[in-house]
Design a protein around this ligand. Structure first.
Ligand code: SF4
Ligand code: SF4
Length: 584
C-alpha cells in the first residue's frame, strides 16, 4: 500500500515498522510532528519529555532494557541532549536506538542554523540522512538495525524541507520476532566510570572503522553514473535539487553521512572529469573529501548560509533560471501574537515600566517586536533567568531594579528551574515572570507537566508552579491575571523594586487551546466611532483584531474585527475615553 506522507509522518511510520517500543521527544520545529504521528501506533509508548536531555535519557533506558527506542528533537535540542549522547556513544545500546535531529537551514523557526552532521562526527556515532519521505521511513528502520548490529546509537538527520514535504511512501509490515525486553546486568558496558570508559573508547574507535567499511557497500550510498563530465557528491534534499538542475551529471548520493566511505568516494572521483560537492550549510563532506587529497569544488560556488534551492544551484552553475525557479513574491507578514494572547498585556506593561527584559524561547519572544518592543536579550531555552542573574552582578543598584527575566511555563520546566535555583542561591535581585499559558504554545500546543495531560491525552499530575518556585527557595511568588493590566502593573512594580529574587506568575490559558473549559472566549469588543478620539492608545498593544481607519474623523479612528476579537478586554483598559465596549 502507498500513502502520501511528510518526512515526519514517514519517520513515525518507520518507527512502527521497526518495532520501536518507546518514543520520547521535546517538541520543536521542524521535528514536532514525529511524536504527534507516532501516537496513532498504540504499540509505542510515546511521551513528551520536559527537555531533550530527558527525552534521550528515557530512550537510553528503554534501549538498556532491551526495547527499540526513538528520540526526536530539533537541531538546537541536541545541544541540550549532548551530555548523555556523548556517553551513550561509549555504552552503546541493547535495543536499537534512533536519535532524530531535525535541522533548520534558513532558520525558519530557530535561533541559529547549526549543522548537526558535526555532532555525529564529534560524538563518534553513525548518521543517516534521507532525501525524501520513502527514505525517512526506510532509514528509520535501517538505523535501528545498524544500531543493534554495531552496538551504537544511530543519528537520523532531517532538514525542514524533508520533514515537512510530502511524497509517496510504500508501507511495510512491522518487524516481528523481536526479543522481549528484560533487565541485563552488564556494568562493564553500562557504567561509564573511567576504567570502563577507557576500554569502551577503544571500542568506539574500532566501531567507527567498521562502520566506514560497512558504508563502502551499503546500498544507501549510491552511485548514479551518467555523463562523466561532471560528478556531484550530495546528500539529503540537495540530492533532489542536483537531479533537477544537473540531470546529466553523475551523482554519488550518500545516505550515510558519517562515517564516510572513503574508497567509494575515491572510485567515484576517479571516474569524473570535475568533482563538485553540493551540500547545505557546512562543508562537512567537502572538507573530508579535500582532506583525502581529492580536488573538489564546493563552497566556492555553493552558499554556506541558508537553505539551498534549485535557483541557487542554477546560479552556482551559471545556468539560466527557469520560470518555475523564480521565487513567488508574496506580501511580507510580520509575525504577531494572536488576538487575546495573554502575554500581550504583560509586554505592554514591561515596556511602560521601562524594564530591561531578558527573554526566552517561545511565542512570547514576539514581545521583542514593535509596538510592544519589550525584550532585550534572547539566547536559548532557559537562558533568560541566568542572563538576568549575570546582568544584576554587573550593573548599578538602580539598574538592577529594571532587570526582569521572562519565560514561558514549558520553557521554565524545560531548563529554567536550575536557573531560578541559581538566582536564589546566589541572591540575584531580579524578577522572573513566568508566562503560564498552560501549554507549549509555540510548537503547536503540546502538553507539558503544567498542562495536566500527557501526549497520549491521559489526565496526569499537574505541577503547581508557585509551589515549585517556593520549593526552589523563592520567598516572593505572586500570581496575577495578565488580562488585568492595572493589577499586573502594580505587582510588577512592587516585585521589581524588591532587592531580592522574586517570581510573578501570569496565569491565563493560551487562546488556541481547544480542550473544553481551558480557554473561554469573551464578548467581542467594538469601538464606538462617536466617542473614539483617534488617540491611538489601543494600537500600542499591536492586537491584530484592532484595525486603524485613517480616513475616519479628523485624526482617524480604531475599529475592531469582531471575528478576530476574543473579548479579552485588554484594549478597553487602555482607552481613556471608554470608546471600547462589548459588541451588542
Ligand atoms: S484608545 Fe480609544 S479613543 Fe484611542 S484610538 Fe483606541 S478606541 Fe479610539
Ligand atoms: S478585546 Fe481588544 S485586545 Fe482583546 S482581542 Fe479584542 S481587540 Fe484584541
Amino acid at each position: 500500500m502507498k500513502e502520501m506522507l511528510s518526512g515526519n509522518e514517514a519517520i513515525a511510520r518507520g518507527a512502527y515498522e521497526a518495532g520501536i517500543k518507546v518514543a520520547s521527544a521535546y517538541p520543536g520545529t521542524p521535528s514536532t510532528e514525529i511524536l504527534e504521528n507516532i501516537v496513532q501506533y498504540k504499540e509505542i509508548d510515546a511521551s513528551w519529555a520536559p527537555n531533550e536531555k530527558v527525552a534521550l535519557e528515557v530512550g537510553i533506558g528503554a534501549s538498556f532494557g532491551g526495547a527499540r527506542a526513538l528520540v526526536a528533537m530539533k537541531h538546537v535540542g541536541v545541544n541540550v541532549a549532548a551530555d548523555p549522547l556523548f556517553t551513550l556513544a561509549y555504552t552503546g545500546v541493547k535495543g536499537g536506538l534512533v536519535f532524530v535531529t531535525a535541522d533548520d537551514p534558513e532558520l525558519h523557526s530557530s535561533q541559529n542554523e547549526q549543522d548537526n552532521r558535526n555532532y555525529a562526527r564529534f560524538a563518534k556515532v553513525p548518521m543517516l540522512e534521507p532525501a525524501d519521505s520513502q527514505e525517512c521511513k526506510d532509514f528509520t528502520r535501517l538505523a535501528v538495525e545498524i544500531s543493534e548490529q554495531f552496538d551504537t546509537p544511530v543519528m537520523l538527520r532531517t532538514t525542514t524541507r524533508i520533514s515537512h514535504s510530502k511524497s509517496v511512501v510504500t508501507l511495510g509490515e512491522p518487524a516481528g520476532g523481536l526479543p522481549a525486553p528484560a533487565l541485563e546486568r552488564n556494568p562493564a558496558k553500562y557504567v561509564m566510570l573511567p576504567g570502563n570508559a577507557r576500554i569502551r573508547h577503544r571500542f568506539v574507535e574500532e566501531r567507527t572503522d567498521r562502520l566506514a567499511d560497512f558504508g563502502e557497500t551499503l546500498a544507501i550510498n549510491r552511485v548514479e553514473m551518467r555523463s562523466t563530465e561532471i560528478g556531484v557528491i550530495t546528500v539529503g534534499v540537495a540530492y533532489q535539487y542536483v537531479r533537477e538542475v544537473l540531470p546529466e551529471a553523475s551523482v554519488l548520493k550518500l545516505g550515510m553521512v558519517w562515517p564516510l566511505p572513503a574508497g567509494l568516494i575515491r572510485r567515484f572521483a576517479a571516474q569524473v572529469d570535475k568533482l563538485y560537492v553540493v551540500e547545505e550549510l557546512d562543508p562537512f563532506i567537502e572538507d573530508q573529501v579535500k582532506a583525502m587529497g581529492i580536488p573538489a569544488i564546493g563552497k566556492e560556488i555553493i552558499p554556506i548560509c541558508g537553505e539551498l534551492t534549485p535557483a541557487i544551484l542554477r546560479t552556482a552553475f551559471n545556468l539560466p533560471q527557469t520560470a518555475t525557479t523564480e521565487p513567488e513574491r508574496l506580501p511580507g507578514r510580520p509575525p504577531n501574537m494572536c488576538p487575546g494572547c495573554p502575554h500581550r498585556g504583560v509586554f505592554y506593561t514591561l515596556n511602560s515600566l521601562k524594564a530591561y527584559v531578558t527573554g526566552d524561547i517561545g511565542c512570547y519572544t514576539l514581545g521583542f517586536m514593535p509596538p510592544l518592543s519589550a525584550m532585550d536579550t534572547c539566547v536559548c531555552m532557559g537562558a533568560s533567568i541566568g542572563n538576568a542573574t549575570g546582568i544584576t552582578k554587573v550593573v548599578s543598584p538602580e539598574e538592577r531594579q529594571k532587570v526582569v527575566a521572562v519565560i514561558g511555563d514549558s520553557t521554565f520546566l524545560h531548563s529554567g528551574i536550575t536557573g531560578l535555583l541559581d538566582m536564589v542561591y546566589n541572591k540575584a535581585p531580579a524578577t522572573v515572570v513566568i508566562l503560564d499559558n498552560r501549554i507549549t504554545a509555540m510548537t503547536g500546543r503540546q502538553e507539558n507537566p503544567a498542562s495536566g495531560y500527557t501526549l497520549m491525552g491521559e489526565e496526569t499530575f499537574q505541577v503547581d508552579l508557585a509551589q515549585l518556585c517556593n520549593t526552589l527557595g523563592v520567598q516572593h511568588v505572586r500570581t496575577v491575571d495578565p488580562y488585568d493590566l492595572a493589577d499586573t502593573k502594580r505587582v510588577l512594580q512592587e516585585e521589581m523594586a524588591r532587592p531580592e529574587p522574586s517570581v510573578v506568575i501570569t496565569q491565563r490559558p493560551c487562546v488556541l487551546i481547544k480542550r473544553e473549559g481551558a480557554f473561554e472566549r469573551g464578548e467581542s469588543q467594538a469601538v464606538d466611532f462617536e466617542i473614539c478620539s483617534g488617540c491611538k492608545a489601543c494600537l500600542k498593544l499591536g492586537c491584530p483584531a484592532i484595525i486603524w481607519q485613517p480616513s475616519e474623523g479628523e485624526r482617524g479612528k480604531a475599529m475592531i474585527d469582531p471575528l478576530l476579537c476574543t473579548g479579552c478586554e485588554v484594549c478597553a483598559q487602555l482607552c481613556k475615553f471608554s470608546a471600547i465596549k462589548a459588541l451588542r
